[in-house]
Ligand binder design. Structure first.
Ligand SMILES: [Zn+2]
Ligand SMILES: [Zn+2]
Length: 77
């Protein structure tokens, strides 16, 4: 076993904030959606479409941490 005490833990933010267009089902990162409307719908129809639903990649309610020293992944929730 490792003697590491896992004292330096770094929060892993793998919960991506994704949005899915309810019309064309394009998924896009929230921070890539600069203008606020779906670029796909706009390209196809010329309409600015603002109907999105949030998509959570991992919905376990757990936070994950990585030990800086040994790289172990620690879950806590
Ligand atoms: Zn460790
Ligand atoms: Zn769309």
């Amino acid at each position: 076993m490792s003697s590491c005490k896992h004292s330096i833990l770094v929060l892993l933010s793998d919960r991506k904030n994704m949005l899915r267009c309810q019309h064309c089902h394009l998924t896009i990162k929230a921070d890539e959606l600069g203008a606020g409307y779906c670029p796909e719908c706009y390209e196809v129809t010329g309409n600015k479409q603002f109907d999105f639903e949030e998509v959570t990649a991992e919905d376990t309610g757990l936070s994950r941490y990585r030990c800086e020293d040994c790289g172990l992944i620690v879950k806590s929730g």
